[in-house]
Design a protein around this ligand. Structure first.
Ligand SMILES: NC(=O)c1ccc[n+]([C@@H]2O[C@H](COP(=O)([O-])OP(=O)(O)OC[C@H]3O[C@@H](n4cnc5c(N)ncnc54)[C@H](O)[C@@H]3O)[C@@H](O)[C@H]2O)c1
Length: 260
């Protein structure tokens, strides 16, 4: 990506990040890859302790090994999720927040998608998010306060064709998040991020580098796709005390794809 752009992806140094999540213990799903990985790394730099969960065991993180715990679990399995939450409680003494970044894509046409594939997308993206939020709730209540950040998508706001299962699952994440923002207030703040296209293995699975540059980027007011770090910075804000008066929102971080 050209960095002559007037708003290039922000790469803050540690002086801008250090301490912003001091004392917070946060479960990040999807932490083996892409956006979830960037969130776990940024949160560690911000002083959080992180339970990094993924169906593929996340690789080791840089820095003090006391500050993170890697856990292999499938978010569609409520018992595996509960075991992961308890391992965070055992290691960190509790849990103050969750970021749900695990997810899968699907690009089948609605008249062709198999019922199994449809159900799998809903099961991972929507029910998996529900499983993690519900397992973490008692711990956040025990801590007295908590934050949840759920990853939806621009497809949950303005879907394209060949996204029906994915878009439905991601619109479900928005509605579910707003509902629990009401139910679990005032102890727990719940917010949703809707990324536009971000350069991760998920997006690289659907587009070539040339397509991302020539077809996808031009759909965005800012004329480029995003980097995982730009989503992680939004998750950092929504997981920190800096967003103390923010709950129930749906924040598009999409270079201006969905607002018009
Ligand atoms: N990359 C984008 O352009 C984009 C845009 C909008 C929304 N999103 C959303 O952001 C989130 C992260 O996407 P990404 O691009 O980093 O994808 P990615 O494929 O790079 O990473 C997703 C991670 O989720 C994990 N995962 C998948 N199913 C799981 C399960 N059942 N249990 C536990 N872990 C599981 C995968 O192993 C992987 O490590 C997803 O929810 C995705 O839908 C991504």
């Amino acid at each position: 990506m050209s960095h002559s752009h007037p708003h290039p992806p922000f790469q803050p140094d540690d002086t801008r990040i250090a301490g912003r999540l001091a004392g917070r213990r946060i479960l990040v799903t999807g932490a083996a890859s892409g956006i979830g990985r960037a969130i776990a790394e940024l949160f560690l730099r911000a002083g959080a302790r992180v339970l990094a969960l993924d169906r593929h065991r996340p690789a080791d993180f840089a820095g003090d090994a006391e500050l993170w715990l890697a856990c292999e679990a499938d978010i569609t399995d409520p018992q595996a999720v509960e075991r992961a939450v308890q391992s965070a409680v055992g290691t960190f003494g509790g849990l103050d927040g969750v970021v749900n970044a695990a997810g899968i894509a699907n690009t089948d046409w609605a008249d062709e998608v198999s019922l199994d594939d449809w159900k799998r997308v809903i099961d991972v993206n929507l029910t998996g998010t529900f499983n993690v939020c519900r397992a973490a709730l008692p711990e956040m209540r025990a801590a007295g306060a908590g934050t949840i950040v759920n990853l939806s998508s621009g497809q949950g706001l303005q879907p394209f064709k060949q996204r029906s299962a994915y878009a439905a699952s991601k619109a479900g994440v928005i509605a579910f998040s707003k509902s629990i923002a009401m139910e679990w207030a005032p102890q727990v703040r719940v917010n949703t991020i809707c990324p536009g296209a971000v350069d991760t293995p998920m997006v690289r699975g659907g587009y070539t580098a040339e397509q991302l540059h020539s077809q996808v980027g031009p759909r965005y007011a800012l004329e480029r796709i995003g980097e995982p770090q730009e989503i992680a910075l939004a998750a950092l804000y929504l997981s920190s005390d800096e967003s103390s008066f923010v709950t129930g929102i749906t924040l598009a971080v999409d270079g201006g794809r969905s607002y018009h």
